[in-house]
Design a protein around this ligand. Structure first.
Ligand SMILES: Cc1cc2nc3c(=O)[nH]c(=O)nc-3n(C[C@H](O)[C@H](O)[C@H](O)COP(=O)(O)O)c2cc1C
Length: 175
């Protein structure tokens, strides 16, 4: 099979990470792949923030866990968290689609480099709080953005689960 298609089909969500940090070259390659995702009208609406700072990661873990109502680590202990922000949909109706494609590109790019990842939710609620808005200012982001989602990124600790069977009729060709 074509290598790109093989990469797209073999990526899996990883929920257990070793403490080994992602090197900067690989991280930059993943971020760059995110910036080349298609965006509606070519507006490049999303903003990407990769966090490796342990203090900020601890804050993100606590904020996400508070939304989820858990004491577990919602980012599964990954040493890098990549956050994606975009315009409020009332300002730019395509912002969620744009941000989701950025996240998808980065997951697949990470996999192609031998990195593990998992999409993590709840950033919308996390960054709608005062603490979230403070962090966004600290990141140097413009005002008025919402959190779209995040990726845990690192090296897998163990083998991810095999994928579920694809549902019958998932795709079809009408000739
Ligand atoms: C929009 C979206 C939100 C997700 N949120 C989470 C999440 O918060 N935590 C998590 O562990 N996985 C999350 N996932 C990962 C899915 O659970 C995962 O993609 C799915 O189980 C299929 O597994 P696979 O990625 O290995 O194919 C999310 C995926 C998507 C696309």
């Amino acid at each position: 099979m074509n290598q790109v298609i093989d990469c797209l089909c073999s990526r899996r969500s990883v929920r257990s990470y070793s403490s080994r940090q992602v090197n900067l070259d690989d991280l930059q390659a993943v971020l760059r792949a995110g910036t080349f995702a298609a965006t509606a009208h070519g507006r490049q609406d999303p903003w990407i923030v990769a966090v490796q700072n342990p203090d900020i990661i601890r804050r993100l873990v606590a904020m996400n866990a508070a939304v989820m109502g858990t004491t577990d680590n919602p980012y599964y202990g990954a040493p890098t968290i990549i956050l994606v922000f975009a315009s409020d949909p009332s300002v730019w109706p395509n912002s969620l689609y744009d941000g989701a494609l950025v996240l998808g590109n980065m997951m697949n790019a990470a996999h192609s480099l031998g990195l593990a990842s998992c999409w993590i939710n709840r950033e919308r609620e996390m960054f709608a709080t005062d603490e979230g808005r403070d962090l966004m200012r600290q990141f140097g982001l413009p005002d008025g953005l919402i959190g779209i989602g995040a990726l845990s990124i690192g090296y897998a600790d163990g083998e991810p689960k095999a994928p579920k069977e694809r549902k019958a009729g998932y795709s079809r060709v009408i000739a």
